[in-house]
Design a protein around this ligand. Structure first.
Ligand code: HEM
Length: 485
């Protein structure tokens, strides 16, 4: 009897464990889950899901899963039970029901590196407060009165350094442009200044960690990025202290109409919150639009008709400006860039800068007969919708004319996307978390394209391709050779 005593003591625990699993299984059986494969224990199917693929495709994993299970399937990704959606209607439904049925839920590693006050990870009231600040900084009024001028100035700063027949990385140049623009408008840092260059360098290490495996071990990119994060934060904090001192001494520089000045004067955010806000806006505002500009430079040489039509549009704008004696672009000029907007849409549709978003279900949700259980992770894959042949005719083709209202005559002979499919075009996400920089990003692309097509012709100097890692990147930086036009 004494030998069997431990077993008797453990029996109740074993029984309750078995009961617990039976109850969980029974509850799961009640759900009508979509088909799918949960993969290996813990790892699930994450490795396959994250395997790099061409950015203009959905990738082998997605393709196989959609063919096997349909547009909505279950899986185990990022260590969690997940519903993956390549369904246009479900994606829209998820994004529009943010805070009610679903909630933003990025992996913990993203919060570790962008900070717990980053807008990307915040939810609820705190997210709303931060969002208001960002929208204020990026408002339409500021775009017209201030940011348009800034965007043009920083575009020219980069383009004017390009030399005839030189070969350089288009991706690096686009990054230079968007980084300088953000650094100037967030913290009044001047391009080319040693401290701006130092921050840029630190930022490259930081970015490598954002997109690496989240292993906080000596020597890993993630560990180095965490170190860079603290260097960058110290740097921003110093800037903040100087600004606060100046404000106290009444030595405010009225020209410093930047985000830092605005948050210090008009918000009650703590130092830690301001640091994370600035870091994440620098991140959100520079990585994405530089990739989008690089993608446009990549796609356009494959479609000479589009370059020709762009040139005509921008020559017309430039001619009218010459006649009126104006030099800088104004809002009316920007509004005339109609075909350019089609090129921008098509670049974002085919290139898919942001491919999927991270959400979780806050309640049990039923959609098209399938259940999404409360607490499960949900991944709306916006790229899969943009590349869906049922919604976009010949989706692999770069065809800017598909976005024209009347599907102008010069297209590549394909039909336009139907009005309903453009409803599902969501490169900037949607609902209450719609990208706060949507209008700025489009403005940056349009102004960059304006001066690019007016001043240069270019060709790809080496074979390179946009890959989804899943963040979009050109492994060789997209080398191009330029000629003055
Ligand atoms: C082509 C360029 C860009 C693309 C494709 C893009 C895409 C996106 C997407 C898809 C989201 C939603 C994330 C989610 O719902 O989980 C987002 C959020 C955000 N983006 Fe952008 N973005 C771009 C440029 C910019 C720029 C230039 C800025 C401004 C500085 C910016 C600032 C933000 C901010 C602050 C958020 C968080 C919004 C919130 O949570 O309320 N983005 N972006």
């Amino acid at each position: 009897m004494p030998d069997s005593e431990p077993i008797f003591l453990l029996l109740p625990s074993i029984l309750s464990l078995i009961l617990f699993f039976i109850l969980i299984k029974r509850k799961q059986r009640r759900y009508n889950l979509p088909p799918g494969n949960m993969g290996w224990p813990f790892l699930g199917e994450t490795i396959g899901y994250l395997r790099p693929y061409s950015a203009t495709s959905v990738g082998e994993f997605m393709h196989q899963h959609i063919s096997r299970y349909g547009n909505i399937y279950k899986s185990n990704l990022f260590g969690e039970k997940t519903i993956v959606s390549a369904d246009a209607g479900l994606n829209k439904f998820i994004l529009q029901n943010e805070g009610r049925l679903f909630e933003c839920s990025y992996p913990r590693s993203i919060g570790g590196i962008l900070g717990k006050w980053s807008m990307l990870v915040l939810v609820g009231d705190m997210h709303r407060d931060m969002r208001i600040i960002s929208l204020n900084f990026l408002s339409n009024a500021r775009l017209r009165t201030h940011l348009l001028r800034e965007v043009e100035k920083h575009t020219l700063l980069v383009l004017n350094t390009w030399k005839e027949k030189c070969i350089f990385s288009a991706q690096d140049e686009a990054k230079k442009f968007t980084f300088n623009l953000m650094a100037k408008n967030i913290m009044s840092m001047d391009p080319g200044h040693p401290e701006t260059e130092q921050l840029k360098k630190e930022y490259v290490t930081f970015m490598k960690g954002v997109v690496s495996a989240p292993l906080n071990l000596p020597g890993t990119a993630y560990r180095r990025a965490l170190q860079s994060r603290s260097t960058i934060l110290k740097f921003i904090e110093k800037k903040m202290e100087v600004r606060i001192r100046k404000m106290k001494e009444g030595k405010e520089n009225l020209e410093e109409d930047d985000l830092l000045e605005w948050v210090l004067k008009h918000s009650n955010l703590s130092t830690e919150q301001i640091l994370d806000l600035i870091l994440s806006l620098l991140f959100a505002g520079h990585e994405t639009s530089s990739v989008a500009i690089t993608l446009a430079i990549y796609f356009l040489p494959g479609c000479p008709l589009a370059i020709q039509q762009l040139r005509e549009e921008h020559l017309e704008i430039a001619r009218a400006k010459n006649q009126s004696g104006e030099t800088e672009l104004n809002w009316d000029d920007y509004k005339k860039m109609e075909f350019t907007q089609c090129v921008i849409n098509e670049t974002l549709r085919l290139g898919n800068v942001v491919r999927f978003l991270h959400r979780k279900a806050l309640k049990d949700v039923r959609y098209k007969g399938y259940d999404i259980p409360c607490g499960w992770k949900v991944l709306p894959v916006i790229a899969a919708v943009h590349l869906d042949p049922c919604l976009f005719d010949r989706p692999q083709l770069f065809n800017p004319w598909r976005w024209q209202q009347n599907n102008g005559s010069r297209g590549a002979g394909t039909t336009t996307s139907s009005a309903s499919s453009s409803n599902y075009f969501m490169p900037f996400g949607g609902g209450p978390r719609l990208c706060a920089g949507t209008e700025l990003a489009k403005l940056e692309m349009a102004v960059f394209i304006h001066h690019l097509v007016l001043n240069y012709q270019w060709e790809l100097a080496d074979t390179d391709e946009a890959f989804a890692f899943p963040f979009v990147d050109f492994p060789k930086g997209l080398p191009i050779r330029v000629f003055k036009s």
